[in-house]
Design a protein around this ligand. Structure first.
Ligand code: 0O2
Length: 224
């Protein structure tokens, strides 16, 4: 769930089925790693807020409408590991799952997305691992967003640790579409024909939302 901190009780209940002697060790490991991801998420959110403030100072407008954060739930991490044929063990999380810490940036205009992504990628403590541009090349269903997987440092008591964070950048229109699509995708009991019609409808809405973004961008440029 985006914008909601992970409840550690969920992890505790899952792990409670393990033998007692290894349970404590596993629980501590999970708590530790999830805390590090949480810290990385906060670091990234701060970096974005700093960029937003500086841009507002220079241009008298905020490129960021809002920022949402989420830690991937343990069942979802487990499901992703299994889907990829990897043993669902705590030690396999860091090297295989890159979106445990997620930061979603909702921007005003499409060019703000690329401006912010460039600014982030140029920061000398950030290492870019992966970039997926679903704006230039939308998914077949119409999904659009810019995804970055980056590594950022968190500074602990005695060490510096590089942590992966997924940053999703999108406009308000892209966010509106993705949220509704996400809700509708999980509607069960639809016939094949209904699914096809809904898919076509969503794809059409994605086109409309893309043209809305373009129109808003043109209006902004006229005003500026
Ligand atoms: P949540 O709730 O955001 O955690 P994957 O699909 O995860 O196995 P990969 O390569 O990580 O593989 O996926 P990708 O395409 O880079 O992006 C994954 C995330 O982007 C998703 O996370 C969604 O947040 C978002 N996303 C991607 N495609 C769609 C889409 O078609 N519709 C919507 N609404 N969102 C999409 P999760 O883990 O699925 O969910």
């Amino acid at each position: 769930m985006w914008n909601k901190e992970q409840d550690m009780q969920e992890l505790d209940s899952m792990l409670s089925q393990l033998p007692r002697e290894i349970l404590q060790e596993k629980l501590n490991k999970v708590r530790e790693i999830m805390t590090y991801y949480h810290c990385a998420m906060l670091e990234m959110e701060t970096k974005l807020n700093v960029l937003n403030k500086q841009f507002a100072l220079q241009n008298e407008r905020n490129p960021i409408e809002s920022i949402k954060t989420r830690l991937k739930s343990m069942p979802s991490i487990r499901e992703k590991l299994i889907r990829r044929g990897i043993e669902p063990d705590i030690d396999n999380i860091e090297s295989n799952i890159y979106d445990v810490a997620g930061v979603r940036v909702i921007c005003s205009f499409v060019d703000d997305i690329y401006m912010l992504a460039d600014c982030l990628c140029q920061q000398d403590d950030i290492k870019v691992i992966e970039k997926k541009d679903y704006i230039k090349a939308p998914k077949p269903n119409g999904y659009r967003s810019l995804h970055l997987i980056v590594e950022i440092p968190i500074f602990l008591h005695k060490e510096k640790r590089m942590m992966k964070v997924e940053v999703q950048l999108r406009t308000i229109a892209m966010e509106f579409w993705a949220n509704l699509e996400h809700k509708l995708r999980y509607k069960k009991g639809l016939s094949e024909e209904q699914e096809k019609k809904i898919g076509e409808g969503l794809s059409e809405c994605a086109e409309i939302s893309a043209s809305l973004d373009e129109k808003m961008y043109n209006i902004r440029n006229m005003i500026l």
